[in-house]
Design a binder for this molecule. Structure first.
Ligand code: ADP
Ligand code: ADP
Length: 228
C-alpha cells in the first residue's frame, strides 16, 4: 500500500507570489495521477517537493500516512522515472536495471541482484534483451528499462516529469501506450507531470489541473470531458 497525501502545500521562492499555493491532493494506492497545466504553473516545483529536492514552505506531505516533510530524498522511497537519456549507453540492459542495487554497496548479493533484475525483466518483457545495449533497443524498450530500474528499488511510487516532451509525435504516442500499460500491470502509485492535454486525458485515472500555483480541479478524464 502506498499513498501520497498533499495537505495545503505552499512553496514560495523569495517573497514573490507562491509558485505552489495551498494545494491539497490525495493520491491513492495504485492510482495514476496526472498533474497538468501550462509552463510556469508550478508542476515541477510540486513534484520536486514530493521527491524532496525542494523545501516545503508550509503544509504537510505524507507518504503512507507518515509525515515526510523533513525526510531526505533517499528516505522517501520514491523513484523518478527518467527518459532514455538517463540510461548508461556502455552498460547492458541487465546492468542498467541492476544499477541502483549495485549503488547500494554491500546491501545485495550477486544472486539477489540477478533474481531481482530477472523478475523485473519478466514483468517488463525484457528477458530476451538483457545482454543488449540501449542503442539496440526500441524507444518503448528503453522506457521499460528505465521503469525496471525504478522497480528493483521497490519504490513506493513512480514520478514522471514530462517524460515524453522531447520525442516526436509518433514515438510519443507509442510511449504513452507503453507507460499506461506498464503502470496498470504493475499497479504502482504514479504521479505524472505534463503540459500536454492529450497525455493528461489519455493516461490518468485522475487529472489535477494547475493554474498559477493553484489547483483548479481534480477529476477523472471522463468527468473533465463531460463538463460544460
Ligand atoms: P512548471 O513546472 O509548471 O513549468 P515551475 O514549478 O517550474 O512550473 O515554476 C513555477 C513558478 O516558480 C514559476 O513562476 C517559476 O518562475 C518559479 N520558479 C521555479 N523555480 C524557481 C527557483 N528556483 N527560484 C525562483 N523561482 C522559481
Ligand atoms: P547517494 O550517493 O548517497 O546515493 P544520491 O543523491 O545520489 O546520494 O541519492 C540518494 C538517494 O536519494 C537515491 O538512492 C534516491 O533514493 C534518492 N533520490 C535522489 N534524487 C532523486 C530523484 N530525482 N528522484 C527520486 N529519488 C531521488
Amino acid at each position: 500500500m502506498s499513498s501520497i497525501e498533499l495537505k495545503n502545500l505552499v512553496k514560495k521562492y523569495g517573497d514573490g507570489f507562491p509558485a505552489v499555493n495551498d494545494i491539497s491532493l490525495d493520491i491513492a494506492d495504485g492510482e495514476f495521477m496526472i498533474l497538468v497545466g501550462p509552463s510556469g504553473c508550478g508542476k515541477s516545483t510540486l513534484l520536486r517537493m514530493v521527491v524532496g529536492l525542494e523545501d516545503i514552505t508550509s503544509g504537510e506531505l505524507d507518504i503512507n500516512g507518515k509525515r515526510v516533510n523533513d525526510l531526505a530524498p533517499r528516505d522517501r522511497n520514491l523513484a523518478m522515472v527518467f527518459q532514455n537519456y538517463a540510461l548508461y549507453p556502455h552498460l547492458t540492459v541487465f546492468e542498467n536495471i541492476a544499477f541502483p542495487l549495485r549503488l547500494a554497496k554491500g546491501k545485495h548479493s550477486d544472486n539477489e541482484i540477478k533474481q531481482k533484475v530477472n523478475d523485473a525483466a519478466d514483468m517488463l518483457e525484457l528477458r530476451e534483451h538483457l545482454e543488449r545495449k540501449p542503442a539496440n533497443l526500441s524507444g518503448g524498450q528503453r522506457q521499460r528499462v528505465a521503469m525496471g530500474r525504478a522497480i528493483v528499488r521497490e519504490a513506493d511510487a513512480f514520478l514522471f516529469d514530462e517524460p515524453l516532451s522531447n520525442l516526436d509525435a509518433k514515438l510519443r504516442g507509442q510511449m504513452r501506450t507503453e507507460i499506461a500499460r506498464m503502470q496498470r500491470r504493475l499497479g504502482v502509485t504514479t504521479l505524472y507531470v505534463t503540459h500536454d492535454q492529450t497525455e493528461a486525458m489519455t493516461l490518468g485515472d485522475r487529472v489535477a489541473v494547475l493554474k498559477k500555483g493553484v489547483l483548479q480541479q481534480c477529476a477523472s478524464p471522463r468527468e473533465l470531458y463531460e463538463q460544460p
